[in-house]
Design a protein around this ligand. Sequence first.
Ligand code: CDP
Ligand code: CDP
Length: 220
Amino acid sequence: KKDFIIVAIDGGAAAGKSSTSRALSSRFNLMHVDTGSFYRATTLKLLEAGVPAQAGEALVTGLAGLQLDTKTEGNQASIVINGWTPDAAIRSEQVNANVSHYAAIPEVRKFLFDYQRSQAEIAKERGFAGLVMEGRDIGSIIFPEADLRLYLYADPAKRAARRAAEGLTDSIEQRDKMDSSRKSAPLQVPEGATLVDSSELNLEQVVEHVSELVSAAYEN
Ligand code: CDP
Ligand code: CDP
């Protein structure tokens, strides 16, 4: 039996990645890392600094000025940028509208690559039984060696309704289109991933199903 596993969860916007990861993290004592929040927080910092979403010197300088740390509260890990812990501002409509543009730039992805990989060591050091990391390219690029790779899927209309129920305007389809069609680490079903369709399942049912896969991953 393994004493530490990595669970990679990918999927489109509002597919249920965060709520599923959070539930798994408390059930199995995993450290939960939401890499979408990394892209969102980086986007907000670059917008604040007036750095446009294009490769170039301004971007290189802007990124070089961002010092990254990790804070954990219970099972939740959070990125800390120059001492700032991201808050609700990273879920704003302005960030929703801009994040996929910044996330498509290879320099931005490179900037976050080592930091994302380092979360596994941090999870071990801090005594967790594993890491659950969610995003768009976790099972394909960041942790292709993950013990369990999941791809969460839900009907786009269902996902739009879920996001709307949170009271937010978010052009989910447009973001998915950009995230799936970009050259650098596009959203795709990673090799060997298990597809989980939650269109007709509530959160509890998804978590029940996925928990069996996590238990099995400790045994394999
Ligand atoms: O919460 P939601 O699913 O709407 O999005 P998110 O996970 O917070 O991610 C926000 C955006 O960050 C995505 O639309 C992608 O453009 C980008 N992202 C990425 O490119 N790669 C990741 N591993 C995670 C997020
Ligand atoms: O992290 P991601 O953007 O993929 O999705 P999320 O924030 O976990 O979920 C988006 C919304 O869908 C939340 O309001 C969840 O409560 C809801 N949800 C649902 O209704 N049924 C599911 N099976 C999963 C999530």
